[in-house]
Structures are given as C-alpha cells and as structure tokens.
Design a protein around this ligand. Sequence first.
Ligand code: FES
Length: 102
Amino acid sequence: MISEEGSSPAVQSQVATAQNCPSGAIRNRRKDDGAEESPPPVNLIQVRENGPLALRGALSIDGEAIDYRATLCRCGQSQNKPFCDGQHAAIGFQAGPTASTE
Ligand code: FES
C-alpha cells in the first residue's frame, strides 16, 4: 500500500480505489518520485461468491508479468480467458454448494 500523506483527499481516494480494484483494471501511476505499489508480503487468493478467483501477489501467466492483481474466470464463459470479463454476472453463474463444515 502506498502512503499518500500530504495528498489531497481526492487523490487519496483515487489511490485507494485503484489499490482495492481486485482485477487490476483500475491503476494509478505516480508522477513524483514516490514508491509505486508493491506486491503484498504474502500471495493472496480469494474465491468471490458466484464470481472469479481474485489473486494478489507478484503475478505472471505464461511467463508474462501481469502486475499485482488479477481476477481469473471460474465460470468458463469469459471471452478474455484466463481473466474474468464479467460474464459470470450476465449468465447468473452460481458456484456449486459449499463444503460441509461437519
Ligand atoms: S468468473 Fe467472471 S467471467 Fe467467468
């Protein structure tokens, strides 16, 4: 997470929005000499309910670096595989039942 101390609330809000974008589609680049976003200290994966897998880390797919955030299709209907393109919502994707906790 990049500290934006001294920045206006609007800039801080825009940086937070970019850094919380699960797919990495919203990004920001600094125009000063400040540090750019860095990968989290541990790789993270989140299963989004009836949606994609959200990954955070120093990622690469087929040897190509893709920055630090990505959402990967889990419904099989994306036109931009392996990435999620939102089709899961259009088709009403429902993930299977959850595992038993017993
Ligand atoms: S999970 Fe989003 S398009 Fe497949």
